[in-house]
Design a protein around this ligand. Structure first.
Ligand code: UD1
Length: 423
């Protein structure tokens, strides 16, 4: 298994191109199942999760033509002329939870779908009850058997008024796609407002669906009998943007994040200002700099437009070297502090009380051998390694490859001493 070796202590300086958002790309790829015409997505990042979604869709009979190019500028054309198989097998779903996003489109297009339950996940139990009850409200019959969701809607789905009991990105996306091919009007209340949800809705509109309230917590969808193909550019990755912003801040550097969308990162920019990090929106993206001291701040994760849970591990790594204390509270996922023991091994001072972590800033971290069990936790250890003195070796690099395109290249181009060690 590959490792990443970092010799820390160098301020990051330079330009970093921001890739298309993984979490927008995955539901957009699943949306190809809704039409027999080609759907072309541009700014497609080159990531393991994108390849996994490709494998899953190919299994359903989708033809895939992919052009890879550097810097998140890839493109894919997906054509689901015919759905040849409606089963999403355990082997793929267990690797990537976002596989569950094929449930709504398969069911809406063909009237049937069998999707494996995702099962355990490193960052908590992550149930799919909201996906199931939402689709049932549209008239589907869903049975749980042999570890699979067996969904049927032989007479098609029918619009309904759905109030989510909890904000869920994935459930909102599954229901948006299903409702686009349902008869009549669907209202999704307490819907997720994440920019990736809005990106999907925008693409569905280009495919012929009628959707009001994009970007708000109430989405009204008037379904169509058929949807058409289109071409759509995936939004820039706000989590990648926030990650590199924090890497610059952790090393006392200055980076220009090309193509970044500052607006999608408002909560992060507002939080990090008082910590001593300066953000300047430019016509090419977002400049981030930390010239002076770094100060402790309190952060609580929330659904968008709040501070994203996908940047919680990174902000914690940043706070380990800030002056003073910082309280970091995770409200979205239980068990999302697996980076804490690894950060402790690098000399951080962190105490976890339930869903909160009290971080007392230390003068410096020291390099160590570390490993992590999920994507964002892994990248937080890269940030810690960049800020630490000495050498850090990160094991289980495959987590990073799921969500960060060309991570070592992007950081090395800004002066980081980082390399992948292939084994
Ligand atoms: C998506 C993102 C993930 C991010 C998360 C929260 C993708 C591919 N992944 O994941 O990176 O961390 O949003 O911003 O976009 N829940 C239920 N029942 C359900 C569904 C969810 O209780 O049926 C709970 C979850 O356990 C969690 C919370 O709702 O506590 C939010 O989860 P959700 O927004 O659904 O996350 P994902 O869509 O899986």
């Amino acid at each position: 298994m590959d490792k990443i070796r970092i010799r820390g202590g160098r301020p990051l300086k330079g330009d970093i191109p921001i890739s298309g958002a993984k979490n927008a790309a995955l539901p957009l790829m699943a949306a190809a199942l809704l039409t027999d015409q080609p759907l072309t997505l541009t700014r497609l990042p080159d990531l393991a999760d994108i390849a996994t979604m490709g494998t899953l869709l190919a299994g359903h009979g989708v033809e895939i033509e992919r052009v890879r190019s550097e810097g998140g500028q890839g493109r894919v054309t997906l054509t689901a002329k015919q759905i040849t198989d409606t089963r999403a097998p355990y082997d793929v779903v267990r690797k990537m939870r976002a596989s569950v996003l094929v449930l709504g489109p398969l069911l809406a297009r063909t009237g049937t779908a069998e999707v494996s339950l995702p099962g355990g996940c490193a960052i908590g139990t992550r149930p799919v009850d909201l996906h199931i009850t939402g689709l049932e409200a549209l008239g589907a019959k869903i049975e749980l058997k042999d570890g699979y969701m067996h969904a049927r809607a032989p007479n098609g789905l029918v619009g309904a008024h759905i109030v989510f009991s909890k904000v869920s990105v994935g459930a909102t996306e599954n229901l948006l796609m299903a409702a686009s091919l349902a008869r009549g009007e669907t209202v999704l209340a307490n819907a997720a407002r994440e920019p990736e949800v809005a990106d999907l809705a925008t693409c569905l509109v280009a495919m012929g669906a009628e959707i009001d309230g994009i970007g708000t917590s109430t989405l009204t969808i008037r379904g169509r009998d058929r949807l058409n193909g289109t071409q759509h550019a995936i939004v820039p990755d706000r989590i990648e943007t926030g990650t590199y912003a924090m890497a610059a801040a952790a090393t006392g550097g200055s980076v220009h994040l090309l193509g970044a969308d500052a607006q999608a990162l408002t909560a992060v920019i507002d939080a990090l200002g008082p910590a001593g990090v300066t953000f300047t929106a430019t016509n090419r993206g977002l400049k981030v700099e930390r010239a002076n001291g770094l100060h402790g701040i309190d952060v609580m994760t929330e659904p968008y437009p709040g501070f994203p849970t996908d940047l919680q591990a990174q902000v914690m790594a940043l706070m380990t070297v800030a002056e003073g204390a910082s309280l970091i509270t995770e409200t979205i996922f239980e068990n999302r502090f697996m980076h804490v023991p690894e950060l402790l091994r690098m000399g951080a001072s962190i105490t976890v009380h339930g869903a909160s972590a009290l971080v007392r800033g230390v003068d410096h971290l020291t390099g160590a051998q570390v490993m992590a069990t999920d994507l964002r936790a892994s990248v937080s250890l890269v940030l810690a390694g960049l800020a630490a003195s000495g050498e850090t070796t990160l094991n289980r690099v495959y987590h990073l490859d799921r969500g960060y395109e060309a991570l070592e290249q992007k950081l090395a181009a800004c002066g980081a001493d980082i390399e992948r060690v292939r084994e």
